[in-house]
Design a protein around this ligand. Structure first.
Ligand code: IMP
Length: 427
């Protein structure tokens, strides 16, 4: 039997590219959908049949009732938030217990990890990362320090292990003089969440996933956050704490690089970023406000305003390189429907020098160099095929493809599943 393959679907800029919707559209093609990195810092919004769901830890394949969904070893899980998310789906009629498999090796986010997240941010003053406050950094730090608790730990002498790590965190907080916190209610819910989690299929997902591949089944690896938030390749230190890039698919699921077939890179027709850190294309003017309003650019997890700007081809080229992207998917093209002129950043000017690569340290002198392109000024939201695309939109796509060197296979024209158009470009 022919071995199955893993396709990766990654947000390749600063996250919030709309992965949730695409995974949902892609799901019929796969047998398994797996998350390989991150945790409840993600917020994948999916809208269909008039209902809106925001998934945080659970893979977006959960809505297709015949698929297996996996939370891989590279992920971090907060039992209380997981319980809330899962119960909401159960209430909407989705049965999770059989179809959601969770790696015993995924790390647990403790309530004190969230307090540590706040404490570290507070101590950073002006250099705040602007985290989602979900305890992601401290949990991955404990993983690297080899003191973390994993999902499998809840099956054996858990209370003892939990008390020891909590005490360790409390000592750190004391040393930081960060003592004004109370986790009593949160901890009660969290422990309920641990109990609830015990009712799930907690397993060696790396073995399971490789068995599926051997049986000829295909896996969709669902990314979270974005390439520029990768702990190694992103805009460090203003990044998340996991490998959000295609390399993270291998380590976060336990599959080999030769099992990966396609790497789909998702980006928006413009740019956004939540939290602090370099964002050369950020617009502080009316155009930025328009992009935010029309694109509803407010954080799915924190509700914060997203910073907005034109598409950044320097960042995109870099992401395509480090991820090995084979096909691109452009989201939210309709947000640009009303603009007379559209800009694309093709280089940065920094310290009087023009550069077309993503540098180690972007400083305040950085300025984007733009190319102007004519807008299409047409409502594209109801278009059914690429034959209806306005000439200027096709020109925008061609310009991006030429610059990026990778075909744009899918464009999204709105939040609904239906508003997704596959292009019949040559392979
Ligand atoms: P953390 O992952 O909560 O530690 O946050 C680190 C940085 O990544 C912050 O700038 C967050 O705003 C950003 N971030 C984390 N998760 C997401 C996401 O799913 N979408 C967009 N930004 C994110």
């Amino acid at each position: 039997m022919k071995k199955g393959k893993v396709d990766a679907l990654l947000g390749i800029v600063f996250g919030d590219e709309g992965k949730g919707k695409v995974v949902d559209v892609f799901t019929p093609e796969y047998d398994v959908v797996a998350r390989f990195a991150g945790g409840p810092n993600a917020g994948h919004t999916i809208i269909f049949e008039g209902q809106k769901f925001v998934l945080r830890s659970i893979p977006s394949g959960i809505f297709a009732k015949d698929k297996v969904n996996i939370i891989g070893n590279g992920c971090v899980t907060a039992p209380d938030l997981f319980m809330a998310e899962a119960k909401e789906l159960e209430a909407a009629g989705y049965d999770l217990k059989e179809r959601l498999h969770i790696s015993k090796r995924a790390h647990l986010i403790l309530p004190t990890h969230r307090v540590l997240d706040r404490a570290y941010e507070a101590a950073k003053g002006k250099a705040k990362v602007g985290t989602t406050g979900k305890g992601i950094g401290p949990t991955y730090s404990d993983k690297a320090a080899r003191i973390g608790l994993r999902v499998g730990d809840i099956l054996d002498r858990f209370e003892e292990k939990y008390a020891a790590l909590k005490a360790r965190h409390e000592q750190i907080l004391k040393d930081l003089h960060y003592t004004d916190y109370d986790i009593t209610d949160e901890e009660k819910l969290w422990l309920e969440g641990v109990e609830y989690l015990r009712g799930f299929h907690l397993t060696d997902t790396e073995i399971e996933i490789n068995r599926y591949l051997k049986e000829g089944k295909n896996v969709l690896a669902e990314g979270a956050q974005g390439t520029m938030l990768d702990i190694d390749h992103g805009t460090y230190p203003f990044v998340s704490s996991s490998n959000t890039t295609s390399g993270g698919v291998c380590t976060g699921l336990g599959v080999g690089p030769t099992d990966i077939r396609e790497v789909f890179g998702i980006f928006k027709a413009y740019s956004t970023r939540v939290g602090s850190g370099p964002f050369p294309v950020e617009l502080f003017d009316e155009t930025g406000d328009t992009l935010r309003e029309v694109g509803h650019e407010y954080g799915a997890v924190t509700g914060r305003n997203r910073r907005c700007g034109w598409v950044d081809l320097v960042a995109l080229k870099y992401a395509i390189m480090v991820d090995g992207v084979t096909k691109l998917i452009m989201m939210k093209s309709d947000v640009l429907d009303s603009f007379e002129t559209i800009k694309a950043c093709v280089a940065y000017k920094m310290d009087e020098e023009e550069i077309d690569y993503f540098p180690f340290d972007i400083n305040e002198t950085v300025e984007p160099v733009y190319v102007d392109l004519p807008g299409w000024q047409t409502d594209m939201t109801k278009m059914q095929s690429e034959d209806e695309f306005p000439e200027e939109f096709n020109a925008y796509l061609s310009f991006l493809e030429e610059q990026l060197g990778v075909p744009i296979k899918i464009v999204s024209l709105g939040p609904d599943r239906e508003q997704t158009i596959e292009r019949y470009t040559e392979e």
